[in-house]
Design a protein around this ligand. Sequence first.
Ligand code: HEC
Ligand code: HEC
Ligand code: HEC
Ligand code: HEC
Ligand code: HEC
Ligand code: HEC
Length: 355
Amino acid sequence: MRRSVYVVLMFAALVCLQVSNALAFHDGGVAYCAGCHTMHNTNGNGVQIEGTGEGYPYLLKFANGTDLCLSCHGASRGAVWGTDVMAPPAERGPGNFVFLAEDNINDGHNGASNPIPGWRAGHTVISPSKGTVVDGLNPTSPGGNYPAASLGCTSCHDPHGNANYRLLYGAGDHVEAGNVNFTNAAPVAIGLPFSGVGSTETDINHIAYQSGMSGWCANCHGNFHDNSDQYRHPSGVGMSSAIQNVYGLYAGTMNQNGGTPATSYISDVPFEDPDMTVAWTAAPDNNSKVSCITCHRAHATSGQNAGRWDFNISIYEEDGVESGSYVMPQTYNSLNQRSLCNKCHNKDKNDHNAF
Ligand code: HEC
Ligand code: HEC
Ligand code: HEC
Ligand code: HEC
Ligand code: HEC
Ligand code: HEC
């Protein structure tokens, strides 16, 4: 295997000798090989690796694919792994892996004395530089069989680039990490830039999820909540007019029926729609679908199970209190704000503070 990587790299080095640094690194395809591989069995700084006389696996410049990606995307270019668990980069899209380093994210009843460790904050990617190890609860993806021991950036993103949203693997692709083949297509979505104008995610400038996210997650999880004993919920299905109406009118526990449907979209509770744009503001319509991404983020959050809101608390004021972890920003920061499940199923209506 190592020799074959070497041969391919030698050949590609001749082809790719001149690549302008001005181009975006991945450039819609395979980036220049030496950005990630080295042909001299050395680490990234040109230092010969001690011991075996061999370099890192796959002749990478870092200890594994995840550390390699983090060398550019950890603190910048998306900043997927912030530096401070209490002051993470602005929450958007996939959330942030920094929460894997939390000692406790349990804000439920008695959470302070029953810690839920950070590796339950989402996908535990294995990074020697960050000190993460295999998820202690799920040896494989719940609902499927992707090995947790192989989980890294290149479980989901193709390091050699493709034309899909965020370079995600799609149908028919062989995923080298974990040695599996994906059967479902990559999701269709429009992202936000990583920096500069329009890079902050708000309710009027947000990632536009159009289709396919539930099928994509199912590459590793099957149709998770359909078969789950613990929690059943449909994904990838349309929304009844009753649910569309609730979403349109709900504007928080303090204003459950007074919202304006045309401006009711919140990026905390997104849904998929083929017509979705980054500036979409309306309630769902007959083409809209509830999706895995409605309730989860793709990387991690400071709530258990990469929740878009903390699934363990009953009112928003409880977030961060028991655990001392980061308080997830939330649209409706009102008194006694209840779970965002209410955005589609209003069960707050008997609360005293409703008017
Ligand atoms: C963005 C980083 C990156 C770039 C650029 C890159 N690689 Fe890779 N490559 C990886 C990673 C990470 C692996 C390890 C397998 C995995 O995790 O998917 C790998 C594995 C490989 C392998 C062995 C496994 C396989 O998928 O066949 C070959 C061969 C290879 N790379 C060749 C190349 C060549 C040739 C180029 C330039 C045209 C290149 N790579 C550019 C990151 C990169
Ligand atoms: C040498 C630096 C470097 C390395 C290493 C690197 N990237 Fe990138 N990546 C970039 C740059 C630069 C961009 C373009 C950023 C921008 O648009 O502002 C980018 C863009 C991306 C994007 C967004 C692509 C899009 O079009 O939406 C993803 C996803 C991504 N990289 C994933 C990875 C993964 C996964 C790895 C590890 C296999 C990796 N990158 C390794 C520099 C790097
Ligand atoms: C379980 C699958 C999975 C893993 C593992 C994963 N990603 Fe992602 N990543 C995604 C998905 C899905 C998106 C798009 C999410 C969205 O737009 O809401 C994404 C988005 C991104 C983005 C764009 C961020 C933004 O703010 O728009 C970057 C950069 C990125 N990933 C890099 C990485 C790096 C680096 C790693 C490893 C440390 C990694 N990903 C691991 C699935 C994954
Ligand atoms: C309506 C909101 C919602 C949707 C949609 C949703 N989930 Fe969940 N998910 C949850 C909640 C809430 C939990 C926590 C359940 C619990 O603790 O019993 C959870 C837990 C999980 C877990 C953790 C299970 C474990 O045993 O650790 C996985 C995996 C998961 N969801 C995957 C998915 C996938 C894949 C999809 C899309 C097919 C999806 N979810 C769609 C709300 C949702
Ligand atoms: C490449 C395979 C893969 C893909 C694709 C994938 N997952 Fe996972 N997921 C895993 C594995 C493996 C685990 C168990 C290890 C862990 O929790 O870190 C897991 C765990 C989870 C958990 C529980 C995390 C925790 O520790 O609490 C949730 C929630 C989840 N996935 C949701 C999703 C959603 C939503 C998507 C789509 C956006 C998705 N997954 C896509 C492999 C995958
Ligand atoms: C984006 C809208 C949306 C959100 C947010 C949402 N749901 Fe749902 N929920 C639906 C849709 C759509 C259905 C399918 C039934 C229908 O259309 O009336 C459904 C069905 C259900 C059902 C019936 C399941 C069955 O098997 O019959 C339950 C229970 C439920 N949701 C609970 C929750 C909980 C708990 C949350 C928060 C973790 C939540 N929902 C968040 C849209 C949503």
